[in-house]
Design a protein around this ligand. Structure first.
Ligand SMILES: [Zn+2]
Length: 318
């Protein structure tokens, strides 16, 4: 079965770790039965669109753990064409937009807090010019709009054609990945992006190249307590519990140390925000937002006010 899948164009086998290129891994989950995975697809996609059962002929959901960096990754990654299908057809764009716009107030407030904090960090480095940012994988463009509202020029990349079109109707500028300029950007945001990437290490090099020296990369990826045990005992009938390694979509699960070691390989160093915590920011009123810069602390596993939970990492280009 493995050889057949490896030769199939719908999926390709990831024969080395996508974060460190190590060739040694162990299987920690899978494959589940066809029935289990079909039921998962039905539960996950039917209320937000549809799914194409025919992929099951060439699909095996298997989770590997890298011996070296401990990344947990899906052995088979969808092709670019299948990914486009998933994000623009299976997930009905109209339903997705409706759900996005109906997110609770906390979500929107957090976008504003996040961009304000990040702008403050770069301003503190002595940058007085208008800052140039990139929201890599910008989704519906809400974060980028928040950035533009505080006088930052924020470009966007977006894989989904439908979302990219929507972004432009909101007055934002789309930038093709291949046209990210060298050493030009003050900051790059990646929110809920790296877990989706087929080749995260290559993408990290690309983003590193786009930043000025001293520029900041923000990575926010899913966080799951006791992730290893959860992966080994994965219950696909519970869609939300399986979300940190969602079949076809969350191709990588990054333990925090893995994320940092991958970033070091590329030429980043981790920094702290200088803010006491994300929670402090969330609880502050708007006018006090960026004035309370107290002792440095780790802004890592924060609770995004019940809206998002993530491994939140800030990296500086050395
Ligand atoms: Zn690895």
């Amino acid at each position: 079965m493995t050889a057949a899948i490896a030769n199939n164009k719908t999926f390709h086998e990831r024969s080395s770790c996508p974060a460190c290129k190590c060739n040694d891994s162990i299987t920690i989950y899978g494959p589940p039965s066809t029935d289990q995975i079909l039921r998962y697809f039905y539960n996950f996609y039917s209320h937000q669109g549809t799914f194409d059962e025919s992929i099951m002929h060439s699909y095996a959901y298997i989770l590997l753990e890298c011996i070296n960096c401990k990344l947990i990754y899906q052995k088979f990654a969808p092709s670019y064409d299948l990914l486009s299908q998933i994000y623009d057809v299976w997930i009905n764009p109209n339903i997705a937009l409706e759900r996005h716009l109906a997110l609770p107030e906390d979500f929107w407030l957090n976008q504003v807090h996040d961009v304000a904090m990040l702008k403050n960090i770069i301003t503190r480095q002595g940058n007085k010019d208008k800052q140039k940012w990139l929201d890599f994988g910008a989704g519906w463009g809400s974060w980028a709009l928040a950035a533009e509202a505080i006088n930052v020029k924020c470009f966007c990349t977006e894989l989904s054609k439908y979302r990219a079109r929507y972004i432009t109707t909101r007055g934002l500028s789309i930038l093709e990945e291949s046209r990210i300029p060298n050493s030009n950007l003050d900051l790059i945001n990646t929110n809920a992006v790296f877990e989706h990437l087929t080749n995260p290490l290559e993408t990290l090099y690309l983003l590193h190249k786009g930043l000025k020296t001293g520029g900041i990369l923000k990575i926010n990826v899913p966080y799951r307590p006791n992730y290893r045990k959860a992966a080994q005992n994965l219950d696909l009938s519970n869609v939300s519990a399986a979300n940190f390694v969602a079949p076809l979509e969350h191709l990588n699960y990054f333990p925090r140390k893995t994320l940092i070691s991958m970033a070091k390989l590329v030429g980043f160093e981790e920094i702290t925000s200088g803010f006491r915590s994300r929670t402090t920011l969330v609880n502050m009123s708007g006018q006090n937002l960026i004035t309370k810069t107290k002792k440095a602390s780790l802004p890592f596993r924060y609770s995004f006010s019940k809206v998002l939970r993530g491994n939140y990492v800030l990296l500086k280009k050395c």
